[in-house]
Design a protein. Structure first.
Length: 95
């Protein structure tokens, strides 16, 4: 696992993220070991699993950021509408 961790650490520059990537990649590799050609070396295949796992994490993070930005924009629109409604109520009550 040290070689896998070193690869993940080089790609992430974050110890915790590297460990998470390696753990997730190991689980994926165990689930997909039937796709591995045992006549070939294991490391290049597992390194590809690590790289793909990292790409999955980056995509998920990008999607999470996009959702957060969308929520912030939506919240801003909702706040503006709420402010307008409150202003109308205030205007009506003050006559």
């Amino acid at each position: 696992m040290n070689k896998a961790y070193t690869l993940a650490l080089k790609m992430t520059a974050d110890e915790d993220a590297a460990m998470d990537i390696v753990q997730e990649a190991a689980l994926k590799a165990m689930r997909k070991v039937n796709h591995f050609d045992f006549s070939r070396p294991f490391w290049p295949w597992f390194a590809r699993v690590i790289k793909n796992t990292l790409v999955d994490h980056w995509r998920q993070r990008r999607n999470d950021v996009a959702l957060e930005e969308h929520h912030l924009v939506t919240s801003g629109v909702e706040l503006k509408e709420e402010k307008r409604e409150l202003q109308k109520l205030l205007d009506l009550s003050l006559g």
